[in-house]
Design a protein around this ligand. Structure first.
Ligand code: F0G
Length: 458
């Protein structure tokens, strides 16, 4: 049965042509890219599902805002607009702009983490954990167990923090060794799974009891708010803005990559309530990003970001966005393709271990599958498995339970027929899955190895 599709709540007034290369050329291109989809040239990609980060289509209202860019070195009007918007929507007292999410992660890690400290979080994210580890911190996963089980589809909030795991860590290392807890809303690496309001509240209460600050990763918070409205009793009649306000009232600050739910191509911020933290961050932002009135963004970027944040709160927009992803997932699932369930907010994640049961994890099944999907169809996807997980301090590979290929849907970019083509193409690969071979390293970079690593087939 076909899943219901909500018509796009927008019409198209500018187009960007895309072309599908012939099959032999696609095979050549992926080989040249060392079988790493990050190393493909964008012009060689037909449908780009690598990421939803910075790949969004802006509205005419955002484009109009670009012309109002106030490119003053200090005190830009667009900064004032962005700052007011963030304070109003999220309820924080202070905002520090950064060029993107990881700029904010750098600031908070530099200020709060001392070597040997433990930072709990609901599953790691690559850049977030890398910044923690650069400061000598140790990330500790406190997400509920079911988040690691791709087949479990009976849990509406798979991103929830496991309070027992969190409290056990506090008791083991002591609250003074925990600079903050990082709560991602939604959880990217778990498949875009949301966190419930009840859990956010409980985490905040426990943290307050032990004097531990709560820092949200707000990157996909609007998608999280939509899931709360749909799935959590008591929120069905609340607006997205009201839900966002309540969510962030259970935190002391947040980092945000505007490139996702900010519906822009570049931008980010750190927001906090503590004045001293704000002063320190304002001092450091000058060193790493730029003045506290632009933080690496142009005036026009900041204007588009302020406008994008408001647009993201629109129910018709966010409903279409999340339901479009669900449509893609439901249609793949109905063909028997193994995916993470329930379908998350920004992407469909294929379970590569089940898709390719004969390829062991140290032969990189998820990347091998991503390369095969490109070769088959010109569709670019992303590995989220052992390569993304990297190595620990002793140099041993992390072996994450989830070995996934992510099909990430950019906001307001593709239509139903694009998604139908994706479903048909993955089905073709699924039917020939036995032909896919594992990969081995040709070049392994020392940090964030998934971005630039190169491979060859075994
Ligand atoms: N936090 C989460 C949950 C993210 O997904 C990302 C980026 C960041 C932080 C860092 O933000 O890229 O603006 O520096 N995720 C992208 C992705 C790269 O493809 O999932 P950034």
């Amino acid at each position: 049965m076909e899943s219901k599709y909500i018509p796009e709540p927008y019409k198209i007034k500018m187009v960007e042509p895309i072309t599908l290369l012939p099959k032999e050329e696609r095979a050549e291109r992926i080989k040249e890219a060392g079988y790493n989809t990050f190393l493909l040239r964008s012009k060689d990609v037909f449908i780009d599902l690598l990421t939803d980060s910075g790949t969004n289509a802006m509205s005419h209202y955002q484009w109009a805002g670009l012309m109002l860019g106030d490119e003053a070195y200090a005190g830009s009007e667009n900064w004032i607009h962005l700052e007011e918007t963030v304070k109003d929507l999220f309820g924080f007292k202070y905002v520090v702009p950064t060029h993107q999410g990881r700029g904010a992660e750098n600031l908070i890690s530099l200020i709060l983490i001392k070597p040997g400290m433990h930072i709990p979080g609901n599953m790691y994210f690559t850049t977030t954990r890398a910044h923690m580890e650069l400061q000598g911190g140790i990330f500790v996963d406190v997400i509920r167990d079911e988040a690691h089980e791709p087949e479990r589809d009976d849990i509406p909030f798979k991103g929830d923090v496991d309070l027992e795991k969190y409290e056990a860590l506090i008791k083991k290392v002591g609250p003074e060794k925990i600079p903050y807890i990082c709560v991602a809303v939604t959880v990217n690496m778990a498949g875009g799974q949301p966190v419930s309001m009840a859990n956010l509240k409980a985490v905040y209460e426990m943290s307050q009891k032990y004097g531990i600050p709560v820092i949200f990763d707000a990157t996909r918070c609007v998608e999280n708010a939509y899931f709360i409205k749909k799935r959590e009793p008591g929120y069905e009649n609340k607006t997205i803005t009201e839900i966002i306000r309540e969510m962030f009232s259970y935190s002391d600050g947040c980092t945000m990559s505007g490139k996702k739910d900010g519906i822009v191509n570049m931008g980010g911020f750190l927001a906090v309530n503590d004045e001293d933290l704000y002063r320190q961050a304002s001092g450091l932002v000058v060193v790493y990003e730029g003045m506290p009135s632009y933080g690496g963004m142009t005036g026009r970027d900041m204007e588009a970001f302020a406008r994008g944040l408001r647009e993201a709160m629109d129910y018709d927009y966010i409903r279409h966005r999340v339901e479009q992803v669900r449509y893609l997932g439901d249609n793949m699932s109905s063909l028997g393709i193994p995916i993470v369930k329930p379908v998350g907010g920004h992407a469909v994640f294929i379970d590569a271990r089940t898709f390719l049961p004969n390829i062991p994890q140290n032969e990189f099944p998820a990347l091998a599958l991503a390369a095969a999907i490109y070769e088959q169809s010109g569709i670019r996807t992303m590995e989220r498995g052992i390569i993304s997980a990297g190595r620990d301090k002793e140099g041993k590979d992390y072996y994450p339970k989830l070995e996934l290929v992510r099909l990430t849907v950019p906001r307001r970019v593709y239509t139903r027929s694009h998604l139908d083509y994706v479903v048909d193409s993955v089905k073709d690969v699924f039917e020939k899955a036995d032909n896919i071979k594992g990969l081995e390293w040709v070049y392994e970079p020392p940090v964030l190895r998934f971005f630039t690593g190169r491979f060859k087939p075994l």
